[in-house]
Design a protein. Structure first.
Length: 222
């Protein structure tokens, strides 16, 4: 019943979002087309449900050749590869809006483990890789919520290389969070995650997630 109701909610909400945000989509299309490099959408291969690959869609926010420039697949705070319009879209999270079409077509859900690039997926411990996508990946989720300002965290740490920091610190903890979600997933959990995600857009520094979910694995970063 949980999966049926969740899929029904995904379809209804994604259709409503498309309708409601249609007036906003047109100015974004124009702004992206007339500025920077003229690209509107960016499709990228991600690992999805049952570890099958699919293409996730976002508004283009970075230079076309960004994977081959600078830090490659790692995006930092104030990354010079992010375009002017892209910076605004990323701050407001509007760059994620095209993913409602992924939700509508069933590749993603509103809430679930964040779909990773294959190279990042390999950073998860093997036991996490085997189980994390037993749930359909989501636009938001417990990992996305806790790491809502991930770029800042990675940019400011000085202990190791950015890639080693992801491999040795971020993904082991993300894996714990996603395993927590596998145990606690429910419509109530999903609704709370959606509420906290919306709230975190206006208040990035809040720690409400640990207030609502008191049994989360302890946050390992100061």
């Amino acid at each position: 019943m949980y999966y049926f109701v969740k899929r029904l909610i995904d379809i209804v909400v994604s259709l409503l979002v498309i309708i409601v945000f249609l007036p906003l989509l047109i100015p974004i299309f124009i702004a992206l087309k007339l500025t920077d490099e003229g690209e509107i959408f960016y499709g990228q291969e991600r690992v999805g449900y049952r570890n099958k690959r699919f293409k996730i869609w976002k508004f283009a926010t970075m230079l076309k050749n960004s994977p081959n420039i600078g830090t490659g697949d790692i995006t930092l705070r104030n990354d010079p590869r992010v375009t002017k319009v892209g910076k605004f879209l990323r701050i407001t999270k509007l760059n994620e809006l095209p993913q409602v079409f992924n939700v509508l077509f069933g590749d993603m859900s509103l809430v679930g483990p964040r779909p990773l690039m294959p190279v990042s997926f390999e950073y998860y411990p093997k036991e996490v890789q085997a189980l994390v996508y037993n749930s359909i990946p989501g636009i938001t989720g417990i990992g996305s919520l806790v790491f809502r300002d991930e770029e800042k965290l990675v940019s400011e740490q000085k202990e190791m290389s950015h890639r080693d920091f992801y491999r040795e610190r971020i993904y082991p903890y993300k894996g714990q969070l996603e395993m927590w979600y596998q145990i606690h997933k429910s419509l109530i959990t999903d609704f709370i995650i959606i509420f906290l995600t919306a709230y975190s857009i206006v208040s990035k520094q809040n720690k409400l997630v640990y207030h609502f979910f008191k049994d989360l694995p302890p946050y390992p970063f100061n």
